[in-house]
Design a binder for this molecule. Structure first.
Ligand SMILES: O=C(O)CCC(=O)C(=O)O
Length: 261
């Protein structure tokens, strides 16, 4: 269930923030685990379903594999700390308050946003989801602080009522694979999501949002999940020829699916 203030923010803005949702030890465990996974994947090891995207701006940079990574996808099924968070009853109560009692988590990504990494241009996540129904709900967990300097998300309140807009390819040097940009909408009312570690942004799949470049000296890390209604038909593979989605049941009849199932 959503509280009345959350419901009205959802309907009016298409997003709301749950402050201090995840305790520091969960953020720490996530960061430690993805750091290990990035090193293993970068060295050529196959680690379950995990899929690593290197940071184009930092190819060949010194440091750890994590420091050269843009995103690590598909970690919500096989990795205990990420699977447990995807099935966290407090989280599912919120998402079920929006999408109903039959839920799957279909996408997970740890986003590193290392110093020098570019942000993601204005987009709607639904652009990437050729499904037979919607909406989808995204949750963006601040694993480190998100400041104006290190590349926070910016969101345009009310834009979740827009249809999916046409996009143009992101033509910047070092843009991440698949980045696109909405250029036909007035974004001047957007505001930055300045978050503390553990804060959780819950947002509608049609919400227009972007992130800025990391011009600080530190990593800005976030863990992002997307949820959809169980039984959704996903046409990504047919349309694109590849997919990084992995539909994992997390709530059935309003009851969280056991984390070890
Ligand atoms: O965290 C970021 O920099 C971008 C994330 C984003 O836009 C998304 O998850 O849709």
């Amino acid at each position: 269930m959503l509280e009345p203030a959350q419901r009205s923010a959802w309907e009016r803005d298409g997003f709301f923030v749950l402050p201090r949702f995840a305790p520091p030890d969960v953020c720490k465990a996530m960061l430690e685990r993805v750091t290990q996974l990035c090193a293993r994947v970068e060295s050529g090891e196959r680690v379950a379903q995990a899929f690593r995207m290197p940071e184009p701006a930092l190819a060949g940079a010194p440091g750890t594999a994590a420091e050269r990574t843009s995103k690590l996808f598909r970690i919500h099924r096989s990795e205990p700390v990420f699977r447990a968070f995807a099935r966290e009853p407090r989280l599912l109560e919120i998402v079920a308050g929006i999408l109903g009692p039959e839920l799957d988590c279909f996408l997970s990504q740890f986003i590193f946003k290392n110093p020098g990494a570019l942000g993601q241009p204005w987009h709607q996540d639904a652009y990437y989801f050729p499904f037979d129904r919607g909406p989808q709900v995204g949750v963006w967990l601040a694993v480190t602080e998100a400041t104006l300097e290190n590349g926070p998300l910016w969101a345009l309140a009310g834009s979740h009522r827009e249809p999916v807009h046409p996009v143009e390819p992101d033509r910047r040097a070092n843009a991440q694979f698949g980045y696109v940009e909405i250029t036909d909408h007035d974004m001047r009312a957007a505001r930055p999501m300045l978050l503390q570690p553990g804060d959780l942004l819950v947002f509608h799949g049609h919400l227009m949002h972007k992130s800025t470049d990391n011009v600080s000296r530190g990593m800005r890390a976030a863990m992002v999940y997307h949820f959809g209604e169980a039984g959704t038909v996903d046409r990504t593979l047919d349309q694109k020829g590849y997919t990084i989605n992995d539909w994992l049941p997390v709530l059935r009849g309003g009851i969280p699916v056991a984390a070890d199932a």
